[in-house]
Every structure is written in structure tokens, then in C-alpha cells.
Ligand binder design. Sequence first.
Ligand code: NAD
Ligand code: UFG
Length: 335
Amino acid sequence: MIVFVTGGAGYIGSHACLALLEAGHEVVVVDNLSNSKEESLRRMQDITGKSLKFHEIDLLDAEALDRVVEESKPDAVIHFAGYKAVGESVEKPLMYWDNNITGTINLLRSMRRHDVKVLVFSSSATVYGESDRVPITEDFPLKPYSPYGWTKFTIEQMLRDQYHANDDMSIVMLRYFNPVGAHPSGRIGEDPNGMPNNLFPFISQVMIGRRPELRIFGNDYPTPDGTGVRDYIHVMDLVDGHLVALEKLHDNPGLYTYNLGTGKGCSVLETLHAFENVTGKTIPYRIVDRRPGDVATSYSDCSKALNELHWKAKHDLIDMCADSWRWQSMNPEGY
Ligand code: NAD
Ligand code: UFG
């Protein structure tokens, strides 16, 4: 299959391209490198011994995008490209709406124009907002709380509308919980710009000596140890979910939504201790105030993906910490 991957140079996209190449697909990447480096693509091709086509293109450049879709003749699209930082989206909402929404509209238009009918979209558990209970199933109410979350919510609705207007389309929307970890080679991984927002890259940077300590945002949540609980999922499991989603669309065209997580919640302190066990290092930390917008507990029920896609996450928290640390220690400054 020829798979067109937007945002393929980014964290999840680069791991997905690797898995696609290993599965024997032809891969065409478009990325404007706004939050990634071409080095990720170079290394990933080196690991697989296979090559892909890369176009440095912005999805907001509708004409350039359309030319590449036309010339690539893809069988399917996986759409990762977009901005993803919750805090930044609060400060610069229009930038988020423009990039995420306009970029997706341009992509959908080109897909229609060139008869590309199959799409896998990166949504996020952020669409659930603060849920009333856990575990979270796909039919929970959607109530995002940040501009970023609203862009994911809106794109999901746009895709439902597009599917209902064109029932020859076939779409899977994947709601990721907390993707972490790296390819076991340690050669590709998550390389955030500036100060990391997320727990795993932050802990990794403390361990490598780039940050003095971890600040734990609150230990007074109604959770077993008072710190926030999340459903961390290894990026290699996550990208497997995309491959089985593509198979699903091939065999059973339709419109589907799936949670991708492990179904298990881990607290910040549990995660910190897992990193300490894996690395033998002590991680300095300090408890500070809660971070605005954080929920106490979020984890998935992934039985729909298990029943319909026969997909289940295989890696545990120890694998996630070990692979994150291998990537960080082999690449102290990132790419
Ligand atoms: P990332 O920033 O590493 O990758 C996104 C890629 O898209 C980057 O390479 C960036 O340069 C590119 N991009 C952004 N805007 C573009 C544009 N207009 N044109 C072309 N390329 C553009 O992020 P990621 O963690 O790999 O996330 C991939 C997708 O998964 C995103 O849509 C994100 O919202 C979603 N997601 C991520 C997480 C997470 O925690 N990482 C959780 C849920 C959902
Ligand atoms: N945390 C800390 N210190 C840090 C960073 C995080 O204590 O320096 C805590 C948070 O308070 C939270 C947990 O670690 O309890 C996880 O935080 P992350 O920032 O790693 O992940 P979030 O669940 O807050 O956010 C992630 C993505 C968002 C997405 C959300 C829901 O980053 O884009 O999951 O899917 F919206």
C-alpha cells in the first residue's frame, strides 16, 4: 500500500513510518519540520534499511499539498500533522485553529480531488476533558477544555460530516491516551523543543542532568498516592494500532473511533519510581501546586479496539521507562 503520512518526521509519525516500512508499505511523508527534524527520517530509514519519499511542505500551502497528493497516488493517509501543546493553545488559539483545522481541510480537499478514500486520524483523549468516571469508553461525553482539545473535537466532527456526505470514504479516528517511550534501538524518540511539558521527557531530562529536579504538580488529588494518574502507552504499541486500523479499513470500510491506551492508570510517583528502578538513579523532585487544567485520573477502556481490531498494548511501564531512558541517554541533546 502507498501510505501518505502527514507529520511523519514528528515523534509518533517517525515511529509509525518505521513500522509501515517494516510492514512492507511505501511511505510518502509531508512535514513542515515546525516541530521536528529531518534527522528522524534519516535515522528511521537507516534502521529499516528502506527508504521513503519526503516532501518539506506545510499543510497550509494547499497548492503544494495538492501537487504531492496528486503525484503520490496514495492508497491511504495517516494524519499526524498538527500542533499539540495544550498551554500554547491557550495563549495562541488562532494559531492552533488555523494550523490544525485549515491544514485538515486542505488535506481532505486534496484527498477528495484525487480520489483518496482511506484516512486514519490522530485524535486525543483530551476530547473527553474531565470525565465523571474511569475507565473511559468511546461513548463518554466529549467536553474538551483547551483550544487544542477543541481542534481535535472539531476535526472529529468534520470527519463524521465528510464520511456521511461521501460514504465511499473510510475513516478511523484514534484517541491516544499518553504516548511515551521510544523505539528500542534508542535512535529515534521524542525530542521536545525547549522545556518539556510532559512527564516522561521531563524526567528523562532530569536524569540526564539537563534539569535540576522534577516538579510534581500536586499530591493532593483523590488518587492512591495523591499524584495524577494517567494511562501511558508505549509509542510502538500505539503505532501498531495504526497498522491494524489500516487493515480494518481495507477489509471493512466505514467510520470508526477507538481509544488507544493500556487500560491501566499509573501515578506520577509510580512512574518516577519505575524510572529509578530501571536506571538505578535517584530522581530529585519537589511537590508544587497543581497545574491548572490537569485532571486527577484518566485511563482508557480499550476493549473496543481489542474486540474489533484485535489490538492490545503489549509493553508495560518498565519497558516505557527503559526505552525512554535509552533514547535520552544515547541522545542527551535530542537529534
Ligand atoms: P509532533 O509535534 O512530534 O509531530 C507533529 C508533526 O507535524 C511535526 O513533525 C510537525 O513539524 C508537523 N506539522 C505540524 N504542523 C504542520 C503543518 N501545518 N504542515 C506540515 N507539518 C506540520 O507531535 P506527536 O506527538 O508526534 O503527535 C502527532 C499527532 O498525535 C498530533 O496530531 C497530536 O495532536 C496527536 N496526539 C499526540 C499526543 C502526545 O502526547 N504526543 C497525544 C494525543 C494525540
Ligand atoms: N506532571 C508533573 N510534572 C511535570 C509534568 C507532568 O507532575 O513536569 C504530571 C501531570 O500533572 C500529570 C501527569 O504528570 O498528572 C502527566 O502529565 P503530562 O503532561 O505528561 O500528560 P497530560 O495527561 O497532562 O497530557 C497529555 C498530552 C496532552 C493531551 C492529554 C490528554 O500532553 O496533549 O494527555 O490526552 F491533551
